[in-house]
Design a protein around this ligand. Structure first.
Ligand SMILES: Nc1ncnc2c1ncn2[C@@H]1O[C@H](COP(=O)(O)OP(=O)(O)O)[C@@H](O)[C@H]1O
Ligand SMILES: [Mg+2]
Length: 261
């Protein structure tokens, strides 16, 4: 266990505001008290961009996401990217909360350590869930079981898109099932998210998810994509028609690219 003390780790936090600070989302400014979080040093995930650890925050089980530096990036660019992704993560989660899309609560942001502390969604991610189903169920039941999730997921993605938010990295590892329940889905990992009212970007979001599913989970394609579409359409049919028309173009471009290599 490591104790991270926010006052010690961010000595500059009382510095005067400059123009540059206008961009900052510094939630620590309003806190007079010292905030500590107790970190279990065994990571639950070590991705390309971030390490995810269990922690306790004000007594609650929580998740600490630490963005890590990349030695191959220029240090200035590295700092800028890490900061940008932290800001996007906070903005994306806040926007989803407003739109009624389930996301973990943000408990704390420590911009000096490029860390964010989030509510822990106990359960598993969709990727893990599907791998278990794949191993334990006969193919038709596996498909059926996933269609229920896909329908629900389609609704969440549509709510997010109708609100003009693009996720930027929709994959089965970025969807969580609270307590393993298919009707309690949460979206996570908003570091590449952005606000844009462009149907092409929404279509690419869906396409990235389709490709990620097809690559990882055998035999899910057709019925699953149809279930996602059904859920997506149920939120706003007019909006869905425009996005799915674009998705046809994006899929076609993808197929051409695959053929050319
Ligand atoms: N709030 C959370 N509650 C529970 N597990 C989480 C939470 N956030 C992340 N995880 C777990 O950590 C994994 C990686 O988290 P993510 O935010 O997607 O980081 P990365 O940028 O490395 O992909 C997720 O797939 C999930 O298993
Ligand atoms: Mg992720």
């Amino acid at each position: 266990m490591e104790v991270i003390d926010n006052e010690l780790s961010s000595p500059q936090r009382k510095r005067p505001k400059s123009d540059e600070d206008e961009m900052d989302i510094d939630l620590s400014d309003d806190l007079d008290t010292t905030i500590s979080y107790y970190v279990d040093m065994n990571p639950i995930s070590r991705g390309a961009e971030a390490t995810i650890l269990n922690c306790k925050f004000l007594g609650k089980p929580a998740i600490l996401k630490q963005r890590v530096s990349k030695v191959y990036r220029h240090p200035d660019l590295d700092k800028q990217l890490i900061k940008q992704r932290l800001i996007s993560e906070v903005r994306g989660i806040a926007k989803c909360k407003m739109l009624g899309v389930p996301v973990p609560a943000i408990y704390f942001v420590n911009e000096y350590r490029s860390e964010i502390v989030l509510e822990e969604i106990e359960g598993c991610n969709l990727r893990e869930h599907l791998l278990i189903l794949e191993r334990t169920l006969p193919p038709n039941e596996y498909q059926y079981s996933f269609c229920e999730i896909a329908l629900h997921l389609g609704k969440l993605i549509a709510k997010m898109h109708v609100g003009g938010l693009i996720h930027g990295d929709l994959t089965s590892a970025n969807v969580l099932l609270r307590n393993g329940r298919p009707d309690q889905l949460y979206l996570i990992d908003f570091g590449l998210s952005y606000q844009k009212e462009v149907s092409e970007d929404k279509a690419v979001d869906l396409y990235v998810f389709e490709r990620a599913l097809a690559a990882l989970h055998d035999g899910l394609e057709k019925t699953t994509f149809e279930a996602i579409r059904k859920g997506y359409e149920s939120i706003n049919a007019e909006h869905a028609a425009i996005v799915y028309k674009k998705l046809e173009e994006v899929r076609l471009r993808g197929r051409k690219r695959d053929m050319i290599g």
